[in-house]
Design a binder for this molecule. Structure first.
Ligand SMILES: [Fe+2]
Length: 218
């Protein structure tokens, strides 16, 4: 491998890495969309897939600004994150909303990794006075941040209350009869805390709660 002698060369290497990461994501996100159940999650991922395709083009413009031919260099970090996401979303789950929660986790790890990579590249482009490159990368960074926030929002409404505890033989289910009747109200706002405690016996597979909620959001 050739010796790297300047910050501009460092930046080009960084962009090659990010270029590879984004291109991998254009192939990985459709798999996550397919594996997810929530309408909100699917929609969020579809929007981000479109953005990711634009981000690839934006990087090509940045290479052009630097007088370089766009070239990808394997991003081992993103490769690993994608492999992990595939592995975890492919597990067997007792409720689809649990897989959705795992997919959100995988997608947020990706977003944070990208935010770190773009943050560094922007800092280096600024040091080099490459204003056009900074503008291009900033635009993408803002999209990554917004995608991460959207995922947090989706996560807060996603888990089916009945799936929070999962098993019928939970400790609270024994000897605490008030818990069993408390289930009805919990659908209004399900948080992902594991403490839910509402007996899974109280509801007979009612998924309608989470479905209607996801449709009411825009
Ligand atoms: Fe991206």
């Amino acid at each position: 491998m050739a010796k790297i002698n300047s910050l501009q060369e460092v930046l080009v290497e960084e962009l090659r890495d990010i270029y590879d990461a984004e291109k991998r994501l254009t192939k990985a996100i459709p798999k996550l969309i397919k594996a997810s159940t929530s309408d909100d999650l699917k929609e969020g991922l579809e929007n981000h897939l479109t953005e990711t395709e634009e981000q690839v083009s934006r990087l090509e413009s940045a290479f052009e600004q630097l007088g370089e031919t766009p070239r990808a260099k394997t991003c081992a970090g993103m490769k690993g994150l994608i492999e992990e996401g595939d592995e975890h979303s492919g597990e067997d789950y007792g409720d689809d909303s649990l897989r959705d929660a795992v997919i959100i986790g995988a997608a947020q790890r990706v977003e944070h990794y990208e935010m770190a990579a773009y943050g560094t590249a922007i800092a280096h482009a600024k040091l080099l006075g490459l204003d056009e490159v900074v503008t291009l990368l900033e635009e993408t960074l803002q999209e990554e941040k917004a995608a991460d926030e959207k995922l947090t929002e989706v996560a807060e409404g996603i888990v089916n209350p009945q799936a929070l505890t999962g098993e019928e033989e939970s400790e609270e289910a024994e000897g605490n009869s008030e818990m069993a009747s408390a289930g009805s109200g919990s659908g209004s706002r399900s948080r992902m805390s594991a403490s839910g405690g509402s007996s899974s016996r109280s509801g007979s597979s009612s998924r309608s709660g989470s479905g209607s909620r996801s449709r009411s959001k825009k």
